[in-house]
Design a protein. Structure first.
Length: 140
């Protein structure tokens, strides 16, 4: 375990974990997250709908403490963040803390990478991490 200083926002509730030890939530060894669509190498047009898949675990909103569940985070044009800290929330790290399993968004024309990372109730990756393979799409 690492000592982490972080502020995590769940809706309008900010939870400050300064000086606390945040433990990773266990994930089943066979858990898998993946992008259903688009497929790797696809050329798409805006708006782009991205559908999330998950096996071996269930989806639960952020803040819900239920074994073998988590919620999706979409990494756009980004490498995986540190896997022992809350997942950032910015233009490259989209949070789906409501339990959503798809999103429709506008992406700039060109090449983009997409990857999913499951987070626990506090937006921290599980142990072992439940991380999809990275795919590449082209937006026309």
């Amino acid at each position: 375990m690492k000592l982490i200083h972080a502020a995590v926002t769940i809706g309008s509730l900010a939870i400050l974990c300064a000086g606390s030890v945040l433990a990773s939530t266990p994930a089943p060894a066979d858990a898998e997250v993946y992008i259903i669509s688009p497929q790797d190498g696809d050329t798409v047009t805006n708006p782009v709908t991205i559908r999330f898949g998950l096996s071996g675990m269930g989806v639960a909103p952020a803040g819900v403490d239920k074994a073998n569940t988590g919620h999706h985070h979409l990494l756009i044009d980004a490498d995986a963040p540190p896997l022992d800290a809350p997942i950032p929330s910015d233009a490259n790290h989209k949070h789906f803390g409501g339990g959503q399993t798809e999103v429709t968004l506008e992406l700039s024309p060109g090449r983009h990478t997409l990857q999913l990372l499951l987070g626990d109730k506090m937006h921290i990756p599980h142990d072992p991490p439940v991380l999809s393979r990275k795919i590449t799409i082209i937006v026309k």
